[in-house]
Design a protein around this ligand. Structure first.
Ligand SMILES: N[C@@H](CCC(=O)N[C@@H](CS)C(=O)NCC(=O)O)C(=O)O
Length: 213
C-alpha cells in the first residue's frame, strides 16, 4: 500500500497515526505534481491528500474513509470500540472534527501564508474556532477524546491541535488550551503517544522547512 501524503497535512497525519498505531508497512509518497495538480487528480479526482493506494490499484480518498478501511481490514490494535454505541461516540468526534472544528481554521490559512483576507471574515472564523474548542472542552473524554481507549477520534483531533497551538496566537487569538483544562490535559497525554508524537514531529519538521523557504 502507499499513502499519498504530505508531512505537514493534518488530514494526512490523521491517517498516518492510524497506520503507525496498527504497525502497517505503507510507502509514503508525495502527490505527483502536488496537491490539486492535474497529474494528481488522475490518482485522486479530489486532488486532496491523503489518499491510500491499494496493491490492487484501487485508490481510497478521504482520511476518514481511509481510517475506517484500515480499521476493518487490519483489526489489530483496534481504534474503534467493540460496541455500536462506543463506535457512534468515536464517529461523532471525528465528524465534529472534520465538519465543525477544522474548517473555520482552514478558512484562515491563506492569511498565514501572506494572502490578504477580509479582517471581519478572519475575526468571525477565529470566533467560530474558539466556540468549537469550547464545545470540545465540554464534551472531551479522559484520558482520551472518546473515553478510556485511544481511538480514531484522537487520531483526527491531535494533528489539528498542533496547528491550532501554532497558529491561533499568530492570528491574535488566545491559544486553544487557554481556559480549557480538559483539552489541555488531553493534549498533554496525547503528545506522549508514540504514533501521535511521530506524526506531530513530522508536521513540525515540515512546517519548519516550509518557513525556511
Ligand atoms: N476531507 C478531506 C480533507 C483533506 C484536505 O483538505 N487535505 C488538504 C491538505 S491538509 C488538501 O489536500 N488540500 C488541497 C486541496 O484542497 O486542493 C479528508 O478528510 O481527507
Amino acid at each position: 500500500m502507499k499513502l499519498y501524503n504530505l508531512m505537514l497535512s493534518n488530514f494526512a497525519a490523521k491517517s498516518r497515526i492510524a497506520i503507525y498505531e496498527k504497525g502497517l508497512t505503507v510507502e509514503m509518497v508525495d502527490p505527483p505534481g502536488g496537491m490539486g495538480s492535474a497529474d494528481y487528480k488522475k490518482v485522486n479526482p479530489l486532488g486532496k491528500v491523503p489518499a491510500l493506494g491499494l496493491d490492487n490499484g484501487q485508490v481510497i480518498a478521504e482520511s476518514e474513509i481511509i481510517n475506517e478501511y484500515l480499521e476493518e481490514k487490519y483489526p489489530q490494535n483496534p481504534l474503534l470500540p467493540a460496541d455500536a454505541e462506543g463506535r457512534a461516540k468515536v464517529r461523532a468526534c471525528t465528524r465534529f472534527h472534520d465538519l465543525y472544528l477544522e474548517p473555520p481554521m482552514r478558512a484562515v490559512f491563506p492569511k498565514l501564508f501572506g494572502q490578504k483576507l477580509d479582517d471581519k471574515f478572519v475575526e468571525e472564523k477565529i470566533k467560530e474556532v474558539n466556540s468549537r474548542l469550547d464545545q470540545l472542552d465540554a464534551t472531551i473524554g479522559s484520558p482520551w477524546v472518546a473515553g478510556s481507549a485511544f481511538t480514531l477520534a484522537d487520531a483526527a483531533i491531535a494533528p489539528t491541535m498542533f496547528f491550532l497551538n501554532t497558529f491561533l496566537p499568530q492570528l491574535g487569538s488566545k491559544g486553544p488550551l487557554e481556559g480549557r483544562p480538559k483539552v489541555a490535559a488531553w493534549w498533554k497525554s496525547v503528545q506522549e503517544r508514540p504514533s501521535v508524537k511521530k506524526a506531530i514531529d513530522e508536521q513540525q519538521a515540515a512546517l519548519a522547512a516550509m518557513m525556511k523557504k
